[in-house]
Design a protein around this ligand. Structure first.
Ligand SMILES: Nc1ncnc2c1ncn2[C@@H]1O[C@H](COP(=O)(O)OP(=O)(O)OP(=O)(O)O)[C@@H](O)[C@H]1O
Ligand SMILES: [Mg+2]
Length: 411
């Protein structure tokens, strides 16, 4: 819906403000961080103002935007404010992009392993909007780097298992909501005070129920699944599982598993480590890239069988049999054979961890998961109903052609 608006250039300031206030209302705690002073909208929508926050320092500058740590002037609450840059020569950033990201966060709101959103705020001077998020902490990337510097080695298996369990629970929650993140990597994973991890940055996420073919190639090459690198027109949530496999390897070794500047080189590195995909897997990619090279490699492998280089990189002293089963299952070139988040979580590697981390187990438990889905559905239905009402009230009924709510808001 938001995509349609921005593509058509039809989103007015008032509409944006209305959507922002719907987003705010859907974030349970939005009310707590509202600023009493500096309200811009006397009547109608109430969008938070960035003047309510004292900016502390810069947290990160990504390819899409700038994130700063800030403190709410009235409540003292520490948050992270994300502003996105203008792109493709545009004078102003595309507010639709920001709202789209906010909608994904609303859909996953309240999950312990996904970054929470407080709402959307507007800078009254620049007129730019920003996401107001929970401040979490350093990224996994920084944490791995620091550990390598201090100790000269990465994380032991028990720590990796605990982190992977949380990440898989987070991914499972996104996938249950039909959201593919598409850019899971250590720089998009944050570590909280309690050592719990949270996935952030829905900048290139997609909602599968509304996606049109061909799907775009999105993400960061070093963490991109082979089907994405090979420009397969259709892929599913298992691209996130591949990325999680790369993250797991990095946690164990302290190094990026498949890092090449060029995407074709990236594929060569993957096939060199895991073996060239068989004929059936290759046909499934529907790709014309690297065809001749793959044929040559396959012929070579028939003469001299390929060794499992993955096990050479992660021997039993580093990763147990059960752990390796998960790593290998995540790094399957054939997406239909790759583990899903739900199947990975059922693996015996996580059995002991469930006993040691009762909270995580409770979160992953079926009863709670079902309750979360039911309450989320309710939040989305109410958000959609409010959005529809607002659109009708401002005469934008033509934009509401999708009458049926497809189990979720049309993002
Ligand atoms: N909620 C948060 N709490 C603390 N730090 C954060 C938070 N959100 C983002 N950051 C920091 O800001 C950086 C950039 O944020 P984000 O990934 O959302 O932006 P981006 O522009 O989409 O980045 P990229 O294109 O590099 O992936 C993160 O890598 C992290 O260091
Ligand atoms: Mg990022």
């Amino acid at each position: 819906m938001i995509d349609e608006h921005t593509a058509a250039g039809t989103m007015s300031g008032k509409q944006v403000a209305e959507i922002c206030s719907t987003i705010d209302a859907s974030c349970h705690d939005a009310r707590e961080i509202r600023c009493e002073k500096g309200r811009r909208w006397r009547r109608g929508p109430d969008v938070g103002s960035t003047r309510c926050y004292k900016q502390l320092h810069r947290l990160g500058k990504g390819s899409f935007g700038l994130v700063v740590k800030a403190q709410h002037r009235d409540t003292g609450q520490i948050v992270a404010l994300k502003t996105i840059h203008a792109r493709d020569g545009a004078r102003r950033p595309d507010v639709g992009e920001l709202l789209r990201e906010a909608c994904f966060m609303v859909a996953c709101h309240g999950h312990p392993f996904l970054v929470g959103l407080h709402g959307v705020a507007r800078n009254p001077d620049t007129k730019e909007y920003c996401l107001v998020m929970n401040y979490v902490g350093p990224t996994l990337h920084e944490t791995v780097d620091r550990r390598m510097e201090r100790h000269g080695h990465a994380f032991p298996e028990a720590d990796v298992r605990r982190v992977m369990r949380q990440l898989l629970i987070g991914a499972r929650a996104m996938h249950e909501r039909r959201i593919i993140h598409r850019d899971i990597k250590p720089k998009n994973i944050l570590i909280g005070d309690d050592d719990g991890v949270k996935i952030c940055d829905y900048g290139v996420a997609m909602f599968t129920a509304k996606a049109e073919l061909p799907f775009a190639q999105a993400g960061t090459p070093s963490y991109m699944a082979p089907e994405v690198l090979l420009e397969k027109p259709e892929y599913d949530e298992r691209v996130d599982l591949w990325s999680l496999g790369c993250v797991m390897a990095e946690l164990l070794s302290g190094q990026v598993l498949f890092e090449r500047d060029d995407k074709m080189d990236q594929l060569r590195k993957i096939f060199d480590t895991l073996g060239v995909p068989g004929k059936r897997t290759w046909q499934g990619f529907k790709s014309t890239l690297l065809v001749q090279e793959v044929q040559q490699w396959r012929a070579q492998q028939q003469e001299a069988p390929h060794h499992d280089r993955l096990r050479e990189l992660f021997p039993e002293e580093v990763l147990s049999k059960d752990g390796f089963h998960v790593l290998k299952g995540l790094l399957r070139c054939n997406p239909s054979k790759r583990l899903t988040a739900a199947t990975a979580l059922r693996s015996s590697w996580f059995k002991d961890d469930a006993i040691n981390t009762p909270e995580a187990d409770k979160i992953g438990g079926t009863v709670l998961a079902r309750e979360t889905v039911v309450s989320l559905r309710w939040v989305l239905i109410s958000a959609w109903a409010r959005f529809r009402q607002v659109m009708l009230s401002i005469g934008a009924s033509a934009l509401l052609r999708h009458k049926a709510l497809p189990q979720s808001v049309a993002l």
